[in-house]
Design a protein around this ligand. Structure first.
Ligand code: ATP
Ligand code: VIB
Length: 270
């Protein structure tokens, strides 16, 4: 079975800000991914500017545009809010446009941002619409190198959270990472075995492995405090919550699609 690599390196400073990298190790992950960022309608996480700089395509889902407009200046309190907004202008705003404020819409329209009104579709969420846009924008051969980072996806309204997780399953051929200030989650498709490189300075130790779409009759892991060994997992039976990462590399293989979740560390207060 083919191996799929995962690493939350987008939470680290950009490679050019670091010292020259050592030679790749034999089991190092393959070349870097291309990132897209989707901003949802929840408070921006503190590391939003880091993800913004990582991403080549930046999209706001409807009310996510309000959060960008209001929230980026709050993250740079010493700077002129207008200058901050100009620096963090999205490429596209897409959704049913029932949450974006008129002043925000006019501001970004004047800057030439593409605003895509899909109010005719009341059966798919704004996140779904934005993921479809990002996916359609990427050439097919590049899709396996594409990683979509979604901020504001967790820790809010439960119906929205479940809707956001459903998007992971709906687009299971894409790498999508849902983020909040506190944790991230992504899908581990059953079509691959998985190697997850843990970025210990920024993530862990708490983690979970959860079969959300269907039960698993066999899941095996290494690198965790409570490893699974051909173990069954299902809602109503065992699911792996409150697990702990013990090594900087975790491996997972399963006969079902699983959700991987890991905590994001808080910055140390000075
Ligand atoms: N509280 C929340 N928790 C998690 N995700 C959210 C939350 N609020 C919004 N989102 C995400 O942001 C996207 C855009 O939000 P927005 O409020 O514009 O959507 P909406 O469809 O107008 O919501 P509503 O259900 O309130 O009509 C949603 O599709 C959802 O993915
Ligand atoms: C069975 C069913 N439940 C809820 C909705 C409502 N809904 C789901 S996605 C969406 C768009 C949000 O921007 C809306 C209004 C529906 N259509 N069908």
């Amino acid at each position: 079975m083919e191996v799929m690599w995962h690493a939350s390196s987008f939470l680290l400073p950009q490679p050019q800000e670091l010292l020259p990298l050592p030679l790749p190790l034999p089991d190092a992950p393959p070349p870097a991914l291309t990132y897209a960022l989707i901003v949802l309608n929840q408070r921006l996480p503190r590391f939003a500017p880091l993800l913004w700089n990582r991403a080549q395509l930046r999209v706001c889902a409807d009310g996510g545009a309000n959060r960008l407009y209001d929230g980026m200046p709050e993250l740079f309190p010493d700077q002129d809010p207008e200058q901050v907004r100009l620096r963090y202008t999205p490429h596209v705003i897409k959704g049913d446009l029932d949450s974006i404020r008129d002043d925000v819409k006019d501001f970004y329209l004047n800057l030439g941002v593409r605003i895509l009104d899909e109010s005719h579709d009341q059966d798919t969420t704004d996140l779904h619409k934005c993921v479809a846009y990002v996916s359609d924008s990427a050439p097919i051969e590049d899709k396996s190198k594409l990683c979509i980072l979604v901020v504001g996806a967790l820790g809010g309204r439960f119906d929205h959270e479940i809707g956001n997780i459903n998007v992971l399953h709906r687009f299971s051929n894409l790498r999508i990472v849902l983020l909040s200030d506190d944790c991230l989650i992504h899908l581990l498709p059953k079509t691959h075995s998985h190697v997850i490189h843990i970025q210990l300075p920024v993530e862990g130790p708490h983690c979970g492995l959860i079969p959300i779409g269907a039960p698993s009759t066999r899941t095996s892991t290494t690198g965790l405090q409570w490893n699974l060994s051909d173990t069954a997992m299902s809602f109503g039976g065992l699911i792996s919550t409150s697990n702990v990462v013990k090594e900087d590399k975790v491996t997972v293989s399963s006969d079902a699609d699983l959700i991987w979740t890991i905590s994001i560390k808080k910055p140390i207060k000075e």
